[in-house]
Write a protein that binds this ligand. Structure first.
Ligand SMILES: C[S@@+](CC[C@H](N)C(=O)[O-])C[C@H]1O[C@@H](n2cnc3c(N)ncnc32)[C@H](O)[C@@H]1O
Length: 392
């Protein structure tokens, strides 16, 4: 994670632009933490400044708004260091080979799938592509197929984006999003294959696995007739769990293979093969066409609030509903009328971390694409009640 340590930072007068980065405002919390809103090439991110016990300042990107391409964050932090005339005590923000910073056309925000994705032909999906060996191989071999690669590990995403560019592979869209939520954005009956190769086994916490009854149902909905959901794993427990889930379906065409060879092996597979571990494939073929669905909305506020009232009553607070929670973590003040609340909310196993921005009475989420899943909607209602309780 790019960051630097410094003793001092020269105060900035906002807004200001330095080289490629614009700094719009800063916000302070009672705990002594500070946020600075920065933007570069249309990407907005928060810089977090943390007062350490030894008196030094730790400056890094805030996790909630961290861009997928680490090079963006590095560049913004370098501009911030230079405009604030910081003398680094420690730093890892100056990469050895600083590549030109630009958005990859293959990297898509979830907003793209919510509002602009146009299905033109067959789609194949790979979930948790890791080093991307399998995804890149399949995309090169099947140039007429549109691939969607889902991953939550940012260095893996960056690596695959680089390979797409170097090898001129144009039929992959990469998304930094939890695969368990992503399917909701796709229309029914449009996907030919879904690969899930060597997912994290979570043998002690099976509820964290990508596979669940709900996930399989959603996968079947997006698959067209004869489309396949393909698990490849070295974990006998994962294999048994998935097979049992598929057997719960009222109708299922499931094929199982042991130690089948694929054209391409991933880094994980190479490691397990060296250790002579067994490898299991479970392939579920969809047999029925699904009903169309409407895309999930994103959550918004349609209310005005008085920031001063929020600021005066705010405390670190955890509220629970049935199967969901809202944790108001920290409040940051920009000025008398504006500030940010850092919070996490949603279902216990799939929570969102975000900010709520209050600027001149207007309330919005930051980042703004919070998906209206059932638990998120319930949490959103609780958040609105919390605002009303303070401001009405
Ligand atoms: C064990 S690695 C396997 C990577 C690759 N498929 C391979 O075979 O080498 C599992 C990958 O899944 C990703 N992952 C875990 N949970 C995920 C989720 N909910 N959505 C998308 N990707 C996920 C992890 O970041 C990790 O890169």
């Amino acid at each position: 994670m790019p960051n630097f340590h410094t003793q001092t930072l020269k105060p900035l007068s906002y807004p200001c632009t330095y080289k490629e980065t614009t700094f719009s405002y800063e916000a302070h919390s009672k705990r002594g933490n500070k946020l600075v809103m920065a933007s570069m090439q249309g990407e907005h991110l928060l810089i977090r400044i943390h007062q350490k016990e030894d008196g030094n300042l730790l400056v890094k990107g805030d996790k909630v708004t961290r861009p997928t391409q680490a090079s963006f964050l590095q560049k913004v932090l370098i501009d911030f260091r230079d405009v604030s005339e910081a003398k680094e005590i420690y730093s890892n923000i100056e990469p050895k080979n600083f590549l030109e910073v630009k958005h990859s056309p293959y990297l898509k925000e979830i907003d793209f799938f919510a509002n602009h994705f146009d299905v033109k032909g067959e789609i194949w999906i790979e979930i948790g592509f890791g080093s991307g060996r399998h995804l890149l191989h399949q995309a090169k071999k099947n140039p007429h197929i549109q691939f969607i690669g889902l991953e939550i590990h940012k260095p893996s995403i960056e690596q695959v984006l680089k390979q797409c560019e170097l090898q001129s592979i144009e039929n992959i869209l990469v998304v930094d999003y939890d695969a368990r939520l992503f399917m909701e954005f796709l229309p029914s009956n449009v996907v030919g294959r879904i690969f899930v190769h060597f997912p994290v086994p979570w043998d002690k916490k099976p509820h964290r696995r990508v596979f669940s009854a709900a996930f399989i149902e959603e996968a079947l909905r997006v698959l067209h007739v004869k489309g396949t959901l393909e698990l490849r794993t070295d974990s006998p427990l994962y294999f048994e769990f998935t097979f049992a889930q598929m057997m719960q379906l009222s109708r299922a065409d499931v094929h199982v293979k042991k130690n089948a060879e694929l054209e391409i092996t991933s880094k994980y597979e190479d490691r397990w093969r060296k250790m002579e571990k067994d490898i299991y494939d479970v392939i579920l073929t969809n047999e029925v066409a699904s009903e169309p669905i409407s895309k999930p909305d994103t959550l918004h506020f349609d209310m005005d609030v008085d920031f001063r009232k929020i600021r005066d009553t705010f405390k670190d607070e955890l509220l629970r509903g049935e199967g969901f929670f809202v944790h108001f973590e920290e409040l940051f003040e920009i000025d008398e009328q504006s500030g940010l609340i850092r919070l996490s909310f949603g279902a216990n196993e799939r929570n969102e971390k975000c900010y709520i921005a209050i600027q001149k009475g207007q309330v919005s989420y930051l980042p703004d694409a919070i998906l209206a899943t059932k638990s998120n909607r319930a949490a959103h209602t609780l958040i609105k009640e919390w605002f009303h309780g303070i401001c009405d």
